[in-house]
Design a protein around this ligand. Structure first.
Ligand code: FUB
Length: 340
């Protein structure tokens, strides 16, 4: 019916009732889009999914990515430019395999690309590479960031110029293996049975050093509290942190958003400090097609947008495509839940 017809305008479809959103990139597979506004343009730093013919396993071995491309757009709904290979696995001296979800930052004339990759012992670490251009190419530092581990770095620059890295992901992202402070390979999913009534594993946050190449402090827990001020529990799969952290600031408050992994939700929590504790507020997006769900949030020309992915083009969980749509808030600041 006419009421269900969607009007698609260069990637975003608008109409009442539902919203048809087209993939932003369709010649290659892209996922985990971290978007930033640099020099008045939108730059997207996604994972570059490929068919590597690695069988699916619980550790995410089938996500066997080997390089990154950077994309830019002058406007939402405008042309998307592919700037080519920004960083290749073979040019990261310490890397073994699996270039997962990256992020980028800018400080004092230099652009930074942060990326998780397994080292030669198959342990995820977070690396950093630099460029004079937001589009790259980026040159990797010779070693991972000291004290880094797990996946999904998201670097937030506060209004005072201070950078913070949020990171971590459980199960294939290995965060649970660091629970005791040392790497324990026997912990393969979360902390497992018997831990459901204990506080959930937390994402980590660390202040960045002035040169953005290292942590200025030991990573701390990003605590998420429920409406009674109690930490979310490990068994609370609809609300607890799994992976894919993002941080944005709106009206002076800090919004920490993330994926719940096995329940496939994007949720958010709010705080008056970039360190938290954050109070759980609700669901930003209900499950998309595909197992993983990963997003970023930016403001561009007075509107807020969420970048995310699904598997519309391939129908396969490890071959994803990025999308964008508007993020809408109610008058009280609450983020409206999106049903994709
Ligand atoms: O793309 C590989 C991994 O899948 C990411 O690091 C996670 O956030 C999930 O999207």
């Amino acid at each position: 019916s006419a009421g269900l017809m969607a009007l698609a305008i260069g990637g975003i479809g608008l109409e009442t009732g539902f919203c048809q959103v087209k993939p932003l990139i369709s010649d290659v597979f892209t996922a985990d889009p971290s978007a930033h506004v640099f020099n008045g343009k939108i730059y997207i730093y996604p994972s570059h999914d490929i068919e590597a013919n690695v069988p699916q396993d619980d550790e995410g071995g089938h996500f066997n990515m080997r390089d990154y491309h950077v994309y830019s757009m002058d406007a939402i709904g405008g042309k998307v430019t592919d700037h080519g290979v920004a960083l290749d696995l073979k040019d990261i001296p310490w890397a073994g395999r699996q270039l997962w979800a990256p992020d980028a930052a800018f400080k004092n004339g230099t652009y930074y690309l942060y990326f998780p990759v397994k080292d030669k012992e198959d342990v995820f670490r977070i690396g950093v590479a630099t460029s004079q251009s937001p589009a790259g190419p980026f040159k990797a530092e010779p070693k991972p960031i000291p004290g880094s581990y797990s996946i999904d770095p998201a670097v937030f620059t506060d209004t005072d110029g201070q950078g913070y890295m949020y990171f971590g992901g459980i199960w294939g992202g290995q965060l649970q293996r660091w629970h005791s402070g040392k790497y324990d390979k026997s912990l393969s999913t979360d902390l497992g049975k018997g831990h459901e009534r204990e506080p959930a594993l937390s994402a980590k946050v660390a202040k960045m050093s002035g040169d953005m190449l290292s942590f200025a402090e030991a990573p701390r827990d990003v605590q998420i509290l429920d409406e009674h001020g109690k930490p979310l529990l490990g068994g609370d799969h609809d609300r607890r942190f799994f992976e894919g952290a993002w941080l944005h600031k709106y009206n002076g408050k800090y919004y920490f958003s993330y994926s719940t992994g096995d329940t496939h939700l994007l949720c958010y929590a709010e705080s008056n400090s970039p360190y938290g504790p954050f109070t759980y507020k609700g669901v930003i997006m209900k499950p998309v097609e595909g197992w993983t769900t990963h997003h970023s949030i930016i403001e561009f020309k007075g509107k807020w947008y969420i970048f995310y992915h699904d598997t519309e083009i391939s129908g396969k969980t490890h071959l994803r495509n990025v999308k964008v749509r508007e993020l809408v808030r109610s008058a009280d600041g609450k983020i409206q839940t999106i049903t994709p």
